[in-house]
Design a protein around this ligand. Structure first.
Ligand code: FAD
Length: 318
């Protein structure tokens, strides 16, 4: 990719820290394409993202979390097409244990070793979450259940701005500690545009005794209006400086993407400078912004032979 003059000016304006370069890993989150048109667009984007040689791809599941409707086949097909490790998101809120366990076993039998274990949310408009009597109540319970099924590599979610339902910040941080105690080996962060908040969260996790890596989530702003709406729903805040940057910017114009790439890259560069060696990118099934942000932040894909799977094995041997 060539930097255009415009992009160079934006980058300089944001004072992206270019040196010293420190190597870091990325993982890339995707969602299963639903329609034939979305599927046709999906695979070329995945191929381009595979050029990053991410530490792993991860594939979300719907709030229902059955996996069969899209996540399961998408996980297997990405692995098949790219040869790269793929993690399956698995939620427990909407299903009984038997169903969740059966899906976990199906993943294990298909050779999927990495699960992102989540509670998930109740269907929209159904009121506050109430655990099912026959289900895993919270993600920590799901992690425990998965450990009983097979030696999965398990990642869990963390919220730099606190999960909206948590009774307190301290409770929410302790919840992460309990998920790790149950067997999670990595905490993947909800995106958060305020880097100071992300850094404080890391320190709080460490103080709470969370010893596994915290991997901050990076959300490249594909469409600011949509991100603002989505952020309201999951209570991720939009800083004033971000809103100002995107004011009056039409998302269909290239300059929107240039600004978005620069913003994501600036956050990535700062986090890497602060010692993070793994960042999780919410690619939203589109390659351009993620590729540009990685390039600007100084990311270099690992050599194919040296790539480790997220389970620690060589990708070539996997
Ligand atoms: P938990 O860790 O169980 O926590 C949920 C809430 O319950 C928190 O407020 C916590 O403090 C509280 N809590 C925990 N234990 C208890 C207890 N014993 N008693 C009372 N309260 C308790 N959603 C999807 O539907 N599909 C996806 O693929 C998906 N992927 C995600 C990936 C990432 C990286 C992130 C950050 C989120 C993702 N989500 C996904 C959203 C997630 O499902 C929701 O945010 C959900 O509301 C919480 O899930 P959790 O696993 O963090 O829950």
């Amino acid at each position: 990719m060539d930097l255009t003059g415009d992009l160079r000016r934006i980058v300089e304006g944001l004072r992206i820290e270019r040196a010293p370069h420190r190597p870091f890993r990325v993982s890339v989150e995707l969602f299963p394409p639903r329609t034939p048109e979305a599927k046709a667009r999906f695979w070329p984007e995945v191929e381009r993202l595979a050029g990053l040689r991410p530490h792993f791809f991860s594939v979300t599941c719907g709030a229902g979390g059955t996996g069969r409707d899209g996540t399961y086949p998408t996980v297997l097909e990405i692995r098949e097409r790219t040869g790269l490790p793929v993690a399956a998101h698995l939620t427990c809120a909407a299903h009984g244990r038997e169903e969740v366990d059966a899906l976990a076993r199906a993943y294990w039998e298909a050779g999927v070793r990495h699960i992102v274990a989540l509670r998930g949310d109740p269907p929209k408009g159904s009121g506050p979450y109430v655990p099912r009597p026959d289900g895993y109540a919270y993600a920590a319970d799901l992690v425990r259940g998965l450990r009983g099924i097979a030696p999965f590599e398990i990642s869990v979610a963390g919220y730099p701005e606190t999960h909206p339902e948590a009774p307190s910040r301290a409770f929410d941080i302790d919840n992460v500690r309990r998920k790790v105690e149950a067997g999670a080996v990595r905490v993947i962060g909800q995106y958060c545009f305020d880097t100071d908040t992300v850094l404080r969260y890391r320190d709080e996790l460490v103080r709470a005794g969370v010893e596994v890596p915290f991997v901050p989530g990076i959300m490249p702003v594909h469409d600011f209006a949509k991100i603002r709406r989505f952020s309201e729903a999951c209570r991720a805040s939009i800083p004033d400086w971000l809103a100002e940057l995107f004011t009056d910017l039409d998302p269909s114009l290239p300059v929107h993407g240039m600004v978005a790439a620069a913003v994501a890259a600036e956050q990535m560069s700062r986090l890497v400078a602060e010692g993070f060696d793994h960042l999780h990118l919410y690619a939203l099934n589109r390659a351009d912004l993620t590729l540009a942000a990685c390039r600007l932040a100084g990311y270099r894909p690992p050599a194919a032979a040296a790539t480790e799977t997220s389970s620690g094995r060589s990708a070539c041997a996997a």
